[in-house]
Design a protein around this ligand. Structure first.
Ligand SMILES: Cc1ncc(COP(=O)(O)O)c(C=O)c1O
Length: 386
């Protein structure tokens, strides 16, 4: 067995010293360097005061976005940082007029609930929300989405990797059909960025959103928004603010005159501490490279599924590599209770209703941790059902 060079990163993540951390799909482990970065924020504020804005803070939503750009295949200056995906989706949908005949917003039935809530809120502006349901709650054949895109469709909203089942959607086919019909596509990359290779430019995606909490190990408070560069002059988000103005320090009232660059997708004062916190994780993912992370993830998720088969736990994740993201979902009876007992034993996983127990190895996971997690799971199950 070749040695796993990615394990050299383990000392960079303090929690791994005492916890079997199988929950990077929910909150990636904190890198040691994040503490230094947060200290740098405090030092800058303490010593530079207001000058910090012109010395880097003001542009941070874009300069930190550059670290995401290299992970998702965007160009430099093309990613704007926000607080979370909900805000990013709200900005995207606010770029459209929903009152005309092209008023259909097509969304996939496996989309994250927050995105759904935002979509349905647009009904009062005239949008017609059409959701393509997942028949089994896990998968959603691409043809079903593609067939529902028509000349009334203005925006197609899809999740690249479904949060509930880790099902991987074929974005290329959806973008191709949408563009042929004159529609645009927003893809939520939250469960793919940092775990599966994504290339927004090669896909010709119009918009992409995502966040830092999971595979990117960037912590809470930093979401990202990518918008295809040639669309910028045509888009005027109603969800905006003074940072999006081309001359914000002129403090002009009246309708906004948008900046020419990706700053036009910003709004008010950015969450600077979260951007400092997020950088470390992004740097590490860039240093490792997503293809190496994906190769390891496929190998380890396959091993977890084999261990689940041996234990007799039904697997609710696609076995085909092409359709499987970084999470393995197991249908274990009393999943919530079992998850709580696992946590007491320092094995962190989570449980989602209508899905099951979700386990996610990441680049820092050892093979022994897979065996250990499944061993504990079996032992708890045996006790609960003795
Ligand atoms: C696919 C997906 N989108 C969005 C979110 C979260 O959205 P927000 O950043 O608004 O909290 C999650 C979190 O679980 C997710 O898995």
């Amino acid at each position: 067995m070749p040695t796993d060079s990615l394990l050299a990163w383990r000392p960079e993540f303090p929690i791994l010293a005492h916890t079997n951390y199988m929950i990077s799909h929910s909150l990636g482990a904190m890198p040691r360097r994040t503490a230094d970065s947060l200290q740098a924020f405090a030092d800058t504020w303490a010593t530079r005061g207001i000058r910090a804005w012109e010395e880097g803070w003001w542009e941070m939503p874009i300069t930190v976005g550059d670290l995401i750009a290299s992970i998702i295949g965007a160009g430099q200056g093309e990613v704007a940082m926000h607080q979370n995906v909900s805000i990013c989706q709200w900005i995207v949908t606010s770029c459209f007029d929903w009152r005309g005949p092209r008023n259909k917003l097509l969304t996939d039935g496996l989309n994250f609930p927050s995105n759904d809530y935002i979509h349905h809120g647009l009904a009062r502006q005239g949008a017609r929300i059409v959701s393509v349901p997942s028949e089994d709650g896990m998968t959603l054949p691409t043809e079903q989405i593609v067939d529902a895109i028509d000349e009334e469709t203005q925006l197609v909203s899809v999740s690249h990797v479904a949060f509930r089942s880790s099902y991987v959607q074929d974005l290329a086919a959806i973008v191709q059909r949408a563009h042929a019909m004159g529609a645009l596509v927003v893809a939520d990359l939250y469960q793919s960025a940092g775990c599966l290779p994504v290339d927004v430019r090669a896909l010709n995606l119009d918009f992409a959103t995502g966040g830092s909490v999971k595979w990117l190990c960037g912590g809470p408070g930093a979401g990202f928004l990518y918008v295809r560069r040639d669309l910028w002059p045509k888009l005027q988000p109603a969800a905006t603010g003074w940072q999006a103005h081309h001359e914000p320090f002129a403090f002009a009232g009246g309708p906004i005159e948008f900046a020419d660059d990706a700053m036009r997708f910003l709004n008010g004062t950015p969450g600077i501490p979260s951007l400092y916190a997020a950088r470390g994780g992004y740097e590490i993912i860039n240093e490792i490279g997503v293809p190496a992370i994906r190769a390891k993830s496929l190998r380890q998720t396959a091993r977890l599924m084999a261990l689940a088969d041996e234990a007799g736990f039904p697997v609710r994740t696609c076995r085909d590599d092409q359709f499987r993201g970084g999470v393995v979902i197991l249908d274990v009876p009393d999943g919530k209770q079992v998850t709580q007992e696992l946590a007491r034993r320092q094995v962190l996983v989570d449980y989602r209703p209508r899905a099951g127990i979700r386990l996610a190895p990441h680049f820092y996971t050892t093979d022994d941790e897979l065996e250990h997690a499944m061993h504990e799971l079996r032992a708890i199950h045996a006790t609960v059902h003795a």
